[in-house]
Structures are given as structure tokens and as C-alpha cells.
Design a protein around this ligand. Structure first.
Ligand code: XMP
Length: 510
């Protein structure tokens, strides 16, 4: 087993997923419990990974680990904060130095070590650090540097301690999996075949739900669809799905959902609340407030439906949501993590709720949910549909959501979708959408001055949502989208293309 000490990185859980996929088992522990965790399982623990995290090692409240961990004769891999902490505790020096967020080119130097087995001379790695190691501890050598930091990849071969300033666990780091595999080999871990089984999820759901009926919050997205199929397989008609038609979803969502529930063989109920939703969002422009308003409204609606079902003699305890792990971690899902945003179905929910949450996808990532969908033999159109945020267009409109701005956002969105579809690119990108930026600029339309809103286009590539690159859409297609939006959508003066990776920028603007 590999012990992962979690310093609050957005990707600590992703490290455990990668270890699992490579065929080893792992356990995540808090830094305060690390030494105790090791002594309980000393024989089973073959390696230790110290994760990244949002803190800085020189801060007063920085999470620490007992330095005895370095004397246990167990191989250690420090990642980002985990590497900085290793350096500090063993006598190196860390400062608030060169910052790197997103891609960087790693140049390997001629160091020999099993950790660099089968790595090329240079490759792209993904960074997310604001601190820098300026002096390595005694016994450490550098294996790789970037343009900005000399000690991006280091080792102490005698003690089998390794450090990476980049994240090998994220999809966009080339050879990241190779480095983790090399580390597992140094740890002498025996690897087994890994597979995600949905049979166990269904069995666990059936046991947990018991005699209760389950209210389902469904959106037509892949997460809630797969969660619904599993729940329907577990409890059949005791599953009562609802679609909150609040006007913030893409056109065609209702029809898509009708197809899904025809396939599942369960009746879908639709709650029409478009007018009320806009009323509740009046004068709200703070992104977190928007999510809270929407999350609270959803729960109000589901609790009303719960009462109706109870009146009809049903026992109702649970609300099914398609929450996935990225929603959880961005909403501060672990002790030392930062809150990036409150995903409306996690941090945006009221503190007191009558319904208990049922979230069978909570430990999975988007691509794993799609994989489960494929194993359940769901039609491709259910699985490959673009992710769409739960709070819908509300978080793609910076500032207040008014009826007019919502219409403009929807018109711009349809244009983006249509043009990508025509160019046969829609299925090739992960996410594509316009953002009403609430920034204004001058235009000349038919010789007259217009001071209109700026639309930002965001089109990105990703698999698991944790990192993304902006898509290199051909200029002609970008030109067509831009021309159509400024010509066809009233009040829009300009279109810009968002060329920011995640990290640092999240996918959505809010
Ligand atoms: P970010 O913007 O956090 O997006 O990089 C990651 C994924 O999550 C979606 N997203 C949300 N989904 N409730 C949701 O259900 C939310 O509040 C929310 N905010 C972002 C986003 O569309 C992307 O797929």
C-alpha cells in the first residue's frame, strides 16, 4: 500500500486514483495522523507520497509532518508542497519565489536514478506553485529544471527520497504516469489489474436506501444520468426523478432528459420554475451568492416534493445528486484544501436539510463516470454530452442575470454550438461556451457608435476536469463565431478568446 499524506491539494485524491489505476492500493491520511498511520500498517506500507497543498512551508500555520517520516527507510515522493516541505525539514531553503501555473518545459539533466527510467530529455509538465526551493538539502541532486526553477525534479538516491515541483498525477503532465510507475517500482509494489465495477455501486445503493424512495435531481448531464441509471437498477420505481426547469439550462435539455428516462423506463417529473428563479436571482451578482440561491431553491423544491410523496404514504429519506469528486474538492472537500468555489450541489446547499444526500459518483472523476456509462451500455449521446454546470447559464453571465442577458447568453451559446458542430469539432472538445463578461467596449455598427458587452469564448480540452488546455480552434471558425455573435446578438460589441489553462484559471468564469 502507498500512503498519501494529504496537505490539501486539489489533486491529492487524483494521486490515489492514479495509484489505483496502476494497480496498487493507497490510503489518504491527514499529515497529523501520518506517523500513527504508518506504525499501524508498517509492514503493508511500501511507499509514501507527500501531496501538494495551498499553504507555504514558511507560514506559521503551515501543515507539517513529523520529520521522523524521513528516517523510516520507506521510499518517499514529495509533490509540490510535499517536496517543498521535504526540502525545508531536511535543511534546504524555500522562499516565495518564481511562480509557475500551468504548462512548463522540464529539461532533464544527466542524473541516473530509477525514478527517471524511460523518461525523455525534455517534456511538458504542469505546475501550480508560488514557492521555490533555492537550496536542496544535503544528499539531494537535481534531475530536472525548468526555465524558471533549477530544482524542479530532485532525488536523494541513498535515502530513496524524490521531489517533484510539478504534478505527475494530472492528465496534462507528459510522462507523469511513467514517473509514478517508476516510484511504485522503487517501492517494490506488486501491481494488479484495475477495473471499475458498477455491480458493487448498485449493491451498496440498494443496501443503503432500504425501503425508502429516492428523489432524484437530474440535469441531463452524464453524472446525474449515470447516477440515475444505477439507482433505478438498485431500487426500480422507488426512484422518483425531477428536472428543475429553471430557464438556466441549454435549450433542448428537457427533450434530452425525456429520451434518457424513456431509456431507463421511469417517469420523469418536471418542475417549471423559470419566473421564480429569475426573481430569486434579481440583484445578485456575486458568484458564490448565485450558487447559494440556486442550491437553496433546489432543496426547497425537493423538500416540497418530499412532503407530497410522504402524504401519499411513501417513505422518503434521500436526495440523489450526480456530484463527482471535482465538485467536492473545489468546494473545500478536505481538511487542508482551499475553497475554490462552492459547487451548487455541494457547498451551495443549505446547512439544514430534511433530505439526506445520496451521491454514488462522489468518488469518481468525469472520465470514470463516462466509463461506467459505457459499461452500462448507455447510448453514446447520453455519455458524450458536454458537461454543463448545475447553476447553468447563471455562472456564465458575470454580474446580474436578467431576462435580456440570459437571452443573449443563450443566443451566443447556440451560435458557438452550431458552428463547432458544422466544423465537426463539437465532439472533439470537452467544453465550449460564451461568457457575458460584464465588460463593455466600443463598436461601430452601420456607422453608428455602440457601447456593447464583450463576450469571451471559452473552448477547452480535458478529460477529468482537474486540468485543461484551451482548444486550438482554426481561425476561420473563431472568425465565424465572432462575426455571428456580434451581428446576431443584440448589444454585443466584441468577442475575445480565452487562452488560459486550468490551472490557474478554472473552466467556468465564476
Ligand atoms: P471549474 O470552473 O470549477 O469547472 O473548473 C469544473 C467543472 O464543473 C462544472 N461546474 C459546476 N458544476 N455546480 C456544478 O454542478 C457548480 O456550481 C459548478 N461550477 C462549475 C464546470 O462546468 C466544469 O464542468
Amino acid at each position: 500500500m502507498i500512503l498519501i499524506v494529504d496537505f490539501g491539494s486539489q489533486t491529492s485524491h487524483l494521486i490515489s486514483r492514479r495509484i489505483r489505476e496502476l494497480g496498487a492500493s493507497s490510503k489518504l491520511v491527514q499529515p497529523e495522523e501520518a506517523i500513527e498511520g504508518i506504525s499501524k500498517n508498517r509492514k503493508r506500507i511500501k511507499g509514501i507520497i507527500l501531496s501538494g497543498g495551498p499553504s507555504s512551508v514558511y507560514l506559521k500555520n503551515a501543515p507539517l509532518v513529523n520529520p521522523n517520516i524521513f528516517n523510516l527507510n520507506i521510499p518517499i515522493l514529495g509533490i509540490c508542497y510535499g517536496f517543498q516541505l521535504t526540502a525545508k525539514l531536511l535543511g534546504g531553503k524555500v522562499i516565495s519565489g518564481k511562480k509557475e501555473y500551468g504548462p512548463a518545459l522540464l529539461q532533464m539533466v544527466n542524473g541516473r536514478s530509477s525514478i527517471v527510467n524511460k523518461l525523455p530529455k525534455q517534456f511538458t509538465v504542469w505546475m501550480s506553485h508560488g514557492d521555490e526551493i533555492i537550496k536542496l538539502p544535503l544528499g539531494f541532486d537535481t534531475l530536472g529544471s525548468t526555465e524558471h526553477v533549477p530544482f524542479a525534479f530532485s532525488k536523494n538516491s541513498d535515502k530513496k527520497i524524490y521531489g517533484l515541483l510539478f504534478h505527475p498525477e494530472v492528465e496534462h503532465t507528459e510522462y507523469g504516469i511513467r514517473i509514478l510507475k517508476n516510484f511504485l517500482s522503487i517501492c517494490s509494489v506488486k501491481l494488479k489489474n484495475h477495473e471499475i465495477g458498477h455491480g458493487k455501486i448498485i449493491k451498496d445503493l440498494r443496501e443503503k436506501i432500504g425501503k425508502s424512495s429516492v428523489i432524484g435531481a437530474v440535469s441531463g448531464g452524464v453524472d446525474s444520468t449515470v447516477a440515475s441509471v444505477l439507482t433505478a437498477k438498485a431500487i426500480g420505481k422507488k426512484f422518483v426523478p425531477f428536472f428543475v426547469d429553471n430557464g438556466l439550462m441549454r435549450d433542448g435539455t428537457k427533450q434530452h432528459l425525456e429520451k434518457i428516462f424513456k431509456h431507463i423506463g421511469i417517469k420523469l417529473k418536471i418542475l417549471k420554475v423559470q419566473g421564480e428563479m429569475l426573481k430569486r436571482l434579481k440583484n445578485v451578482s456575486d458568484p458564490e451568492k448565485k450558487r447559494e440561491k440556486i442550491g437553496n431553491f433546489y432543496i426547497e423544491l425537493f423538500e416540497e416534493e418530499m412532503k407530497k410523496l410522504i402524504k401519499r404514504g411513501k417513505k422518503v429519506e434521500y436526495l440523489l445528486q450526480g456530484t463527482i469528486y471535482s465538485d467536492v474538492i473545489e468546494s473545500k472537500g478536505t481538511q487542508h484544501a482551499d475553497k475554490i468555489k462552492s459547487h451548487h450541489n455541494v457547498g451551495g446547499l443549505p446547512k439544514k436539510m430534511k433530505l439526506k444526500l445520496l451521491e454514488p459518483m462522489r468518488e469518481f472523476y468525469k472520465d470514470e463516470v463516462r466509463e461506467i456509462g459505457r459499461k452500462l451500455k448507455l447510448p453514446q449521446s447520453f455519455i458524450s454530452i458536454q458537461p454543463f454546470p448545475g447553476p447553468g447559464f447563471a455562472v456564465r453571465i458575470r454580474g446580474e442575470v436578467t431576462k435580456k442577458r440570459l437571452e443573449n447568453e443563450k443566443k451566443s451559446d447556440s451560435i458557438v454550438l452550431e458552428e463547432l458542430e458544422k466544423a465537426d469539432l463539437l465532439g472533439k472538445v470537452f467544453l465550449s461556451f460564451p461568457v457575458l463578461t460584464n465588460a463593455f467596449s466600443t463598436a461601430v455598427k452601420g456607422d453608428g457608435r455602440v457601447f456593447g458587452e464583450v463576450v469571451a469564448l471559452r473552448i477547452i480540452e480535458s478529460k477529468d476536469v482537474m486540468t485543461s488546455k484551451w482548444a486550438k480552434i482554426p481561425y476561420e471558425i473563431l472568425q465565424r463565431i465572432s462575426s455571428r455573435i456580434v451581428n446576431e446578438v443584440p448589444g454585443i460589441s466584441r468577442v475575445v478568446y480565452d487562452i488560459t489553462t486550468k490551472p490557474p484559471a478554472t473552466m467556468e468564469w465564476e
